[in-house]
Design a protein around this ligand. Sequence first.
Ligand code: FCB
Length: 454
Amino acid sequence: MAFNNPQKPFNLKPQDFGKDFVFGVSTAAYQIEGAHTVHDKGTSIWDQFTSKKGNTFNNQHGQIACDFYNRFEADILLMQSMNIKHFRFSLAWSRILPNGTGTVSAEGIDFYNRVINFCLKCGITPWVTLYHWDLPQALQNKGGWVNREVLSWFENYAQVCATHFGDRVKNWMVLNEPMVFTGAGYFLGVHAPGNRGLKNFLPAVHHAMLCQAIGGRVLRALVSNAHIGTTFSCSQITPFRDTPKDIRAAQKADALLNRLFIEPLLGFGYPTEHVPVLRRIETYIKPQDLKNAVFDFDFIGVQNYTREMVRHHYLVPYLRAKIVKASKRHVKTTLMDWEVYPPSMYSMIEQFNQYKGINKIIITENGAAFPDMLVDGKVHDIERLHYLQAYLEQVHKAKKDGLNVAGYFVWTFTDNFEWAEGYHPRFGLVYTNFLTQERIVKASGKWYQAFLGS
Ligand code: FCB
């Protein structure tokens, strides 16, 4: 396969993807900004979660992270020098509304105005995500995503963002990967806020699902010429063995991991036929909810890194399905133990492309963590370079085959705080020295620069 075959040259150019195809890089506020208590910034659930021992790798946190708050000009200039023209970042809700609702922070607004204006000055288009997992702790204290009041909290937050930034920001994403923040944060308890069980998960899912459309409607109403999307994590799911039980297990996993949030948004309701336990979500559904969950997004953000193999497993409650870890399958993996499997990208574009009602797909995240080595001031991250090339080739193949894909963003620009995994997995095109905050463009970053400039 291409990623194992250095003989096969990568010879695509940006023009080969069509003239309106966008290329960029993606980031998220908590993972890069730092400055967690500057001015009147409120605490977020990630500030809180990382302050408790045992929640993250070596108890690491994002209090400084990449210090983007103080270094954004240098980072955006570096981006510009690397020919990167589209920059996806998220807004920290607790920087803008320290208590989640109520008083707007003038400093918070000012910070994002400076970031947005500097991007524009450098010829870089900002792509803004409203919510990339850092709920204000003040709202979590009232139940967070489990409390239906989050619908009005989120609507108000979206209005504040749209009114302050909508004159200059035209590309918006409402949520980042709702399946991950509800699943990891409200079912497994491995991400903030660290809650568990169906009684947390199901209402969080339903409310996040409704907020997708609420955010979309607010942006549509308040931002002229807006280009609005929302993003989803997705992975190709393959049955471990070709047996009816494993095939059924794979269908369940696909329904939960890939279909749960997109299908109600398109008007198809929750995929309960494959995951019967989801029927319990009905407790939280009010009349009109399924109608109000529908919104006609301009684009859907597909975020793909790997594929999963799934087998039947009697002991797993509700699902009776289990992911077979990549490390147990003797395949090439990244530092996250995610299989390197480029065809998964094609497969997910194809799967989403089949839905009626998706206007277009943008790959809003794709990338890989490998054990980078800094040698003589250089990072020769050839594995990441091959990974990115091989996945990009799959995007190109999808485009050539007539699938409706219109952009590609690398996760991520600089190495940053990788949630519960801390600073250990490095995903950047640019190496971050977390002691000095020095940035060093890796071989993969130099390749992306040359590709974008070609
Ligand atoms: C995605 C997240 C992003 C980053 C990458 C590696 O699930 O959206 O913040 O952690 O994975």
